[in-house]
Design a protein around this ligand. Sequence first.
Ligand code: A2P
Length: 344
Amino acid sequence: RKFNVAVVGATGAVGEELFRVIKEYNFPINNLVPLASSRSAGSKVEYNGKEITVLELTKTCFEENEVEIAFFSAGGSVSEEYAKYAVEAGAVVIDNTSHFRMDPDVPLVVPEVNPEDIASWKERGIIANPNCSTIQMVLSLKPLDELYGIKRVDVSTYQAVSGAGKTGMEELVKQMQDFFAFRLDESEKKAFAHQIALNVIPQIDVPQPNGFTKEEMKMVNETQKILHKEIQVAATCVRVPVLRSHSESISVTFDESVEVDVNKVREVLEKFEDVEVIDDLQNNAYPMPIISTDTDITYVGRIRRDVYQQNIVHFFNVADQVRVGAATNAVRIALKWIEMENDI
Ligand code: A2P
């Protein structure tokens, strides 16, 4: 059986990647419908070597095109306004934005971690895709939680500009060009609050009353929802001048009785689906954004036990934010949904 699939935000960074991933995963497509705002309606996007015309997102477009699966990747306000029309037209919505993530009636899914949660999609007709930083983190936390039981996670992120969409990527490139042309001072600063070239910015998303940012609190709340557990999480989210792939420095605290065996940690991470370990410091081998970019793997390395407390382990992880953190996770959710709904 093949499906009519819509991509809302088809001209964006995640939208474009979705077309590539859909093709690579041999997604069972009957008709593919790219949707964006009136600004780019009529323009073309490439799918499977063919050009298809972008349509304008309207209240009726889902019904008119008999859409059965709708990927939303055009920002929270667009999902807030239009997801209901897709659901009313009979489609399942897979939403990449933060809008529905904490809704108790909307499952928040990383298919390798909590696929069973997809079953409750019928409540609202929506399945939410977690925040990019959360996805790659829970992919490495899940096997460790099964091994020892996690109490607390302390994480600092090094997030690529791709998280801010195409505008973010273009701004970094432009600022680098302006630096070499000796005009960085005049370079436009629109996507980020400060210059991002040759800088790091310890703020992603808006401030919260507790002193954390919204991005940091997403990592707290979403991790607990996905793992069904009140794990303590403290995050510091930092934007770095990397084009694609987020990195994370993670410290995990287990129960006081646990004595971390680094080899065991390595083993369970290696066995976990879509996770790979690169951990050979002697030979300068560890995960880096240039390794994970354009892949569907979350890479983990620099695994080491704390010097003072035997129940703490530290490691570094990287994954392509546009793929693992967005497009690939969304496609994996849809494939799982098809499998579950059609008893395949
Ligand atoms: P458009 O090209 O019409 O602006 P990115 O995350 O890379 O910035 O991309 C955002 C995506 O969301 C683009 O495809 C953009 O389409 C789409 N988009 C933004 N606002 C709207 C809107 N109001 N209605 C439909 N699509 C939108």
